[in-house]
Design a protein around this ligand. Structure first.
Ligand SMILES: *Cc1c(COP(=O)(O)O)cnc(C)c1O
Length: 380
């Protein structure tokens, strides 16, 4: 039987990606700039709306790094970051010599708890005598956060927000796409994300001036002179014209991908919701519109007769189906053991009970039936 994966890259049937790549070869734009990069950025700006400006970059991680640089984050600063996330949300804080301060989640969206955020801001000010330099909320598995409340705290204390929307491409909060609420927003086009450029990312910027400055840092901070003059440290973070060609092709099937991930959510709800002890994570109310990048379940062994999320993971694995525990909170990671954290137990509880299920466009209907049948079997 064929292996079923969580979220594999999936190209358009029309071969749009190859068309743009071939164009790049034919015109010899095989460099980290060019018509595909410009075209992809235009596509992304159109999607964002709200007068945002987008820079295509080498990865989502480099986008977070450049946003921190734009906000002047440096040695000795503190930056608040959601604890329940992938390490890439927090690593760039350390690249800048700053300290991450981790904030736990609320139960509805699994994302940053706005009340704990305010508590973390107060603690940070008491500890360092200055405000944290930035706040990084995350849209875990595509689920929007209580971003209005997070922005409210951020505005009251005048702290900039970098939205890590790497997993939230195409998700909306009150009809507005996530990544467009804060000062900066980041996107990821890694191979396993909602759309891919094989590897890549983008930074959503608040102005054309900010976009130009980000492009300056992303291309080695070269001053505009005929010879190479450098007054600042730069980075080689621009997206290649080949990768951007894949991205332009992928934009033609974005709606198809979003529809598939949401359809998978409906399928899991329909086929798992009646099982005692299994909860499918869905939009908490109508303000949330998740892209369901990865569909997730919580398993309560007290109600499943002792069957845990990890028993299900092993059963799925034995049946050739990939599943994965939820992100292990950053405040429990050995690499961040010294970092301050404001916790309420929610992220640790989610990590102890949750599982990600296959959700990408390569998961066909027969696969979906095989997945729920395997779960039901394991619970018997
Ligand atoms: C994937 C991901 C990133 C990093 O994106 P890359 O393009 O892989 O560098 C950052 N944050 C979160 C939450 C992610 O899932």
């Amino acid at each position: 039987m064929e292996k079923i994966w969580l979220c594999l890259a999936h190209m358009s049937e029309a071969g749009e990606e190859m068309k743009y790549i071939r164009e790049a070869f034919d015109t010899n734009w095989v460099v980290p700039l060019g018509p595909n990069v410009n075209g992809f950025e235009q596509d992304l700006e159109q999607l964002c709306g709200h007068d945002k400006h987008v820079v295509a970059l080498a990865s989502g991680t480099s986008a977070i790094h450049l946003a921190l640089i734009m906000l002047g984050v440096t040695r000795g600063d503190e930056v608040i970051c959601q604890s329940m996330t992938f390490s890439a949300s927090a690593n760039p804080i350390v690249y800048q010599g700053a300290t991450p301060v981790f904030v736990d989640s609320e139960r509805d969206s699994w994302n940053m708890d706005p009340n704990l955020l305010e508590e973390a801001v107060k603690q940070s000010i008491a500890r360092t005598g200055q405000k944290p330099k930035a706040i990084i909320p995350v849209y875990l598995y595509g689920m929007p956060a209580y971003i209005d409340d997070i922005m409210d705290v951020a505005r009251r204390y005048e702290i900039p927000v970098i939205e890590d929307s790497a997993e939230g491409f195409g998700s909306n909060w009150r009809g507005q796409m996530v990544g467009t609420f804060g000062d900066y927003g980041i996107m990821s086009f890694n191979g396993n994300k909602m759309i891919t450029t094989s590897g890549g990312g983008a930074l959503i910027c608040p102005s054309i001036e900010a976009k130009k400055r980000v492009m300056f840092y992303a291309t080695q901070a070269r001053e505009p002179l005929p010879y190479y003059l450098h007054k600042e440290i730069g980075y080689n973070y621009r997206m290649s014209n080949i990768c951007a060609g894949i991205g332009r092709g992928q934009m033609t099937i974005l709606d198809q991908h979003l529809a598939h991930h949401r359809m998978m959510c409906d399928f899991y709800v329909k086929h798992l919701a009646d099982i005692d002890g299994i909860t499918v994570h869905v939009n908490p109310d109508e303000r949330f519109d998740s892209n369901y990048w990865l569909n997730t379940i919580l398993v309560d062994p007290a109600k499943t007769g002792g069957v845990t999320y990890d028993d299900l993971r092993l059963a799925l694995d034995a049946a050739g189906i990939e599943s994965r525990p939820l992100w292990k909170p950053m405040h429990t990671q050995p690499v961040f053991s010294g970092a301050p954290a404001v916790v309420n137990g929610v992220s640790e509880d989610l990590f102890a009970h949750g599982l990600c299920l296959p959700s990408g466009p390569m998961v066909k209907e027969a696969d979906a039936h095989r997945i729920v049948a395997t779960i039901r079997q394991a619970l018997r």
